[in-house]
Design a protein around this ligand. Structure first.
Ligand code: ZN
Length: 59
């Protein structure tokens, strides 16, 4: 049995920014940790670890 799970979190492989999926707003929001937004480098083009290559069926 295969269960497809939509990504709920993504992390930039370049600057370390972390986003979380907000199902209510249907958008990504920056994760806040210890009162600090994990926004990474604002000039980064962001290489999301799920971007384009996310495959829930991957082995
Ligand atoms: Zn980045």
């Amino acid at each position: 049995m295969v269960e497809i799970v939509a990504p709920r979190k993504r992390e930039c492989e370049r600057c370390g920014r972390v986003d979380e999926w907000d199902p209510d707003k249907q958008t990504w929001s920056i994760v806040t940790k210890d009162g600090t937004k994990q926004s990474g480098n604002p000039h980064c083009l962001h290489e999301w670890d799920i971007n384009g290559t996310f495959n829930p069926l991957a082995e």
